[in-house]
Design a protein around this ligand. Structure first.
Ligand code: GBH
Length: 481
């Protein structure tokens, strides 16, 4: 990646990689861990590629020291990991704490700090304790307070050393794929209803956790808390068609705006969501009240509950209007949105079908976030490229992808004045890629899942990422006198 100009990245730029507990840890029933919705989901046949599951995954529960070596080999300044809620609190509540779970995360955190790597911890990355799902999960109003207790427990236990927190990873994905499409755990298909309730309770949960940190932990611990929002970059399919242009705004509002607007702009959902959903209730004769919940005046507002903007970006879409298409006659999220995102045939596809490679979409999205949502520093908490089919350790495509993407991030910083503070590659390791199992590989390190040693081997893209980091660090090191 010699062409990349690292001097445009600020001195204290965070160079990271990210993982998530269910995707790497394994040890699904070891040492008192309780099951999560993903254990339950994967143990039913036919839901995941060749019925793969995260029972063992990269076995990071037992092989953490191997992961640490990978982190050091890359020279990362930051590592983003998530806590398995049910490893710490097997039934999801603070009534039962699993001391082995506490010990595991203490070891990880202490090792990172001893190696001069700053931990960023995600409290929730798709893996709700099954015991809480049995009580209604994200559709239950009680979940927000239960999440707040879990967050409080983590701040209290780890917050002396952890200063960067993500409460929730991608509430959009949990709500839409988990509760509308049913393709993610918990596998609920309840079109047009649960999706909004889930999103709402996730926002309430995040809000409560942020306020708890702000009032009770920030004064002593001095850290920062946000939530990670996923978003494609979106443009009208036909730029001359006003309906496509309007559809593009709706598409943005129903993905990023859904969560960013309440937290960063108004304390409420985007107007286009309210308008479309209420109107469609009338059109479809839906009379059981508002499907898009209202924020109660009795609870703290989501507005202002983020100390930085955390963005997961993978791809872009061209958007076409669907507001008068067939879907419009049924109760569904896509019907409400009245828009569909498609891949431009000129975009190359990375290993997996949905991941069209559009690095300059990231630059445009960063600028749009700055102009529309927030002037807070932006942390790119995930971005990556996948491989499918035969393993290529010399992964020239992925190396090029990282080079191109970092170049676009550099332009966002130097030419568009966007305050980008961090870049986390997804992912440190090949891991359990949800519905695609181990068939889709996102790692900077290859993991050999065919042997119990689960050997980690650096890809060329990992070597090149390490070279970028090293170059940047050597240029910004204080000169010795
Ligand atoms: C991230 O989500 C996740 O945070 C991370 O855990 C995951 O490993 C990573 O992406 C890579 O996928 O098959 O057409 O239904 C990114 C959002 C949501 C994008 C699911 C792809 C599936 C599209 N992803 N979506 S489709």
């Amino acid at each position: 990646m010699s062409a990349l100009d690292v001097t445009v990245f600020p001195k204290d730029f965070a160079w990271g990689a990210a993982t998530a507990a269910y995707q790497i840890e394994g040890g699904w029933n070891m040492d008192g861990r309780g099951p999560s919705v993903w254990d339950t989901f994967c143990h039913v046949k036919g839901r995941v590629f060749e019925d793969h599951n995260g029972d063992v995954a990269c076995n990071s529960y037992q092989l953490w020291k191997e992961d640490l070596k990978c982190i050091q080999q890359l020279g990362l300044t930051h590592y983003r990991l998530s806590i398995s809620w049910s490893r710490l609190l097997p039934d999801g509540t603070t009534n039962h704490v699993n001391p082995k779970g506490v010990a595991y995360y203490n070891e990880v955190i202490d090792d990172l700090i001893a190696c001069d790597v700053t931990p960023m911890i995600t409290l929730y990355h798709m893996d709700l304790p099954q015991a809480l799902q049995d009580l209604g999960g994200w559709n239950s109003g009680d979940i927000a307070d239960i999440f707040e207790s879990y967050a409080r427990f983590c701040f209290k236990t780890f917050g002396d050393r952890v200063k960067l927190w993500i409460t929730l990873n991608e509430p959009y994905v949990c709500a839409k794929l988990g509760h509308e499409d049913g393709t993610f755990a918990p596998g609920i298909k309840d079109p047009g209803i649960s999706v909004y309730l889930t999103g709402h309770n996730m926002l309430r949960a995040h809000t409560k956790a942020w306020h708890t940190y702000n009032a009770h932990f920030r004064p002593l611990q001095g850290g920062q808390v946000s939530l990670a929002l996923n978003s494609d970059w979106a443009e009208p399919l036909n730029p001359d068609c006003p309906k496509d242009a309007e559809a593009t705004e709706r598409y943005k509002d129903f993905t990023l705006g859904w969560f960013a607007c309440p937290v960063f702009c108004t304390g409420d959902y985007p107007e286009s969501m309210r308008f479309r959903i209420e109107n469609r209730n009338l059109d479809l004769g839906y009379k059981q009240g508002s499907r898009l919940p209202h924020f109660s005046k009795e609870e703290p507002t989501p507005l202002g509950t983020a100390d930085f903007f955390a963005l997961n970006y993978y791809t872009s879409r061209k958007v076409k209007d669907l507001s008068s298409a067939g879907k419009n006659n049924e109760l569904s999220f896509v019907g409400d949105q009245g828009a569909e995102g498609v891949v431009d045939p000129s975009w190359p596809i990375s290993g997996v079908h949905w991941l069209a490679v559009v690095p300059d979409g990231l630059r445009k999205l960063l600028k749009c976030i700055k102009d529309t949502y927030s002037s807070l520093p932006i942390y790119i908490t995930e971005n990556g490229f996948s491989q499918m089919g035969p393993v290529q350790i010399e992964d020239a495509d992925r190396s090029q992808f990282y080079q191109d993407t970092l170049q676009e991030v550099g332009k966002a910083i130097s030419q568009d004045g966007v305050n980008v503070k961090a870049y986390f590659a997804w992912s440190l390791l090949d891991n359990f890629e949800w519905n695609d199992g181990f068939n889709v590989r996102f790692g900077l390190f290859h993991v050999d899942f065919s042997t119990p040693e689960l050997k980690r081997t650096i890809y060329r893209s990992g070597r090149e990422y390490a070279a970028v980091i090293s170059k940047h660090r050597s240029q910004t090191k204080p000169k010795s006198v």
